[in-house]
Design a binder for this molecule. Structure first.
Ligand code: KG4
Ligand code: ZN
Length: 351
């Protein structure tokens, strides 16, 4: 059973061929980071144009790397929600065109659900029920997982996503875009010392997240207190006078606060499921921030403390990719749950 997956929700144009839901035959990702770097973030118009140019060659490359022809593909899957609407439309149009012209089933999937499947690629499936944690540029959410497609939201960020906080802290420290990997790399070279940023935990039993306070604390620490508000705010200084070592200390203190919150909330979710008499068999993590060195370490330690099976994606499946789409689509295929050719691209979804 060979599924071609297509992913274009943000600034990666990706295609992959996956056999039987877990055997990744190819995983091609054309990143657009170079196109957006000078703007300090993704420019939607530039992203959709780049997707249009790249989607055909990327699909060809995925088929070639897998050594299969289009005729050998059993179904075409695409992440059709959530994301930038102009970006999503490119992948959805490509998937529909292929499905229609080949006479093969079309399967549209939620990008966030697919992130929760990334850890099952080139691996065995986790034991359900499980707790799922998605940490990306757009999402910071906890889920109860009862199967690859049975996903219930337990909590989510009420403001910034954790990856967004990484990117904003990188911008404050003038470290370039995307900031997560750079902040992570610098954080590993320093100790926070006495510098401590706040951990926002909300109510005692809350599984929601909030990262805007942490980001603002870093902003004020680096640039001083502002006069004025909003975009017109004037600060006492900026990061240009800081040494690499000083920036690294801020990165280390930020990273500890950001990851502490993820671990505390994840423990709450694990306890909640156990309290309901449904002890989780695994903790499944996905999304770009699952590449983070401290999160991977702390999650692995948590697994050891609780004798819990912790599933982190392989590094090449953390960031946006199409293998997670093609892998998850297999479970829709065996349920015979296909989409019609009027499948929409949807910018936002409830979870
Ligand atoms: O899942 P993803 O590729 O795209 C979305 O669906 O949003 O996640 C991208 C996010 C970015 O915010 C990026 O800065 C962050 O993941 N990221 C990291 C690391 N690598 C990527 N954040 C922290 N540490 C990393 N090593
Ligand atoms: Zn993503």
């Amino acid at each position: 059973m060979l599924i071609l997956g297509i992913e274009s929700s943000c600034d990666e144009t990706a295609a992959a061929v996956v056999a039987d839901g877990c055997d990744v035959r190819s995983n091609i990702i054309a990143s657009q980071h170079d196109l957006h770097a000078k703007y300090g973030g993704v420019v939607p118009e530039i992203a959709s144009r780049a997707h249009i140019e790249r989607i055909g060659p990327v699909i060809d490359e995925a088929l070639g790397a897998a050594g299969v022809t289009l005729e050998q593909i059993d179904a075409v899957a695409v992440g059709n929600r959530p994301g930038l609407i102009g970006s999503l439309l490119v992948g959805v149009a490509a998937a529909k065109t292929l499905a229609w012209s080949l006479g093969k089933p079309l399967i549209g999937l939620d990008h966030v659900h697919a992130h929760l499947y990334a850890a099952a690629l080139d691996a065995s499936p986790p034991v359900y029920p499980a707790v799922g944690l998605v940490v990306s540029g757009g999402h910071t959410s906890l889920y109860r997982l009862d199967g690859p497609l049975e996903i219930t939201l337990l909590g989510r960020t009420i403001d910034d996503a954790v990856g967004e906080a990484y990117d904003k802290v990188a911008a404050i420290l003038e470290l370039g875009y995307p900031g997560g990997p750079t902040v992570d790399r610098l954080a590993q070279t320093a100790e926070p010392g006495d510098l401590k940023f706040p951990r926002t935990l909300l109510d005692a039993d809350s599984l929601d997240f909030s990262y805007s306070g942490l980001k603002t604390a870093v902003l004020y620490h680096v640039r001083g207190k502002p006069t004025g508000r909003g975009r017109g705010a004037q600060f006492e200084r900026d990061a240009s006078a800081m040494s690499e070592a000083q920036k690294a200390t801020v990165c280390a203190a930020f990273q500890q606060a950001a990851i502490d919150v993820l671990i505390v909330k994840t423990e709450r979710a694990l306890d909640r499921l156990s309290g309901e008499g449904r002890p989780p068999g695994a903790l499944v993590i996905g999304g770009g921030v699952s590449a983070n060195s401290l999160l991977r370490l702390r999650a692995t330690e948590l697994g050891q403390q609780r004798a819990l099976d912790v599933r982190l994606p392989a590094m090449n499946y953390c960031l946006d990719n199409a293998a997670m789409i093609a892998g998850l689509a297999y479970h829709r295929y065996i349920d015979r749950r296909f989409d019609e050719l009027d499948l929409p691209a949807v910018a936002t979804t409830r979870i």
